[in-house]
Design a binder for this molecule. Sequence first.
Ligand code: ZN
Length: 202
Amino acid sequence: MDIKKIYEDSKALLKGHFLLSSGNHSEFYLQSAKVLENPKTAEILAKELAKEIQKSSLLIDTVCSPALGGLLAGYELARALKVRFIFAERVQGVMTIRRGFEIKKGERILICEDVITTGKSAMEAAKVVEEMGGEVVGFAALANRGFCHREGSSIKRASNCKLPPNLPFFALEDFTFEIYSPDNCPLCKKGNRAVKPGSRGN
Ligand code: ZN
């Protein structure tokens, strides 16, 4: 399955000159929500990810996603894996599990995001799951931004990856982009201005 093509066709993989939230510039931007805009595409991607996970014979009772980004990917993945789905959300900045969701002691939980960059939100969700007695058995995302090592990829873990190295991380594809500081950006040198993703209808 050509995951990059699915992202391009869904306008989830954008090419241009982007100003990232870090202040750096990039030629590409991943607008993950766009790939899930069509429920059929979401279903196809989640089934493919479920297949990868099932190959590993990892036992999973429940998928948990950090809101908001991970909700759709996690829900579709739970459906494909035929397991329960819960979510964590930030309350005044602190990742929390509420809304009556319960976790049994030792319940095997997979944390799922739409995209894993450094894995910060995923780790915050993992922490709450463990505080409630669950066992985090792995991580999943549709896309890996290339800082963490996903199962089956030659891309190595970078020093800013927050996922634990001893747990598996499943994703469909690596999306590694060059990132430039503004004073060293070849796109700026060509004379065009970096735009904030989302500011021009993207
Ligand atoms: Zn630039």
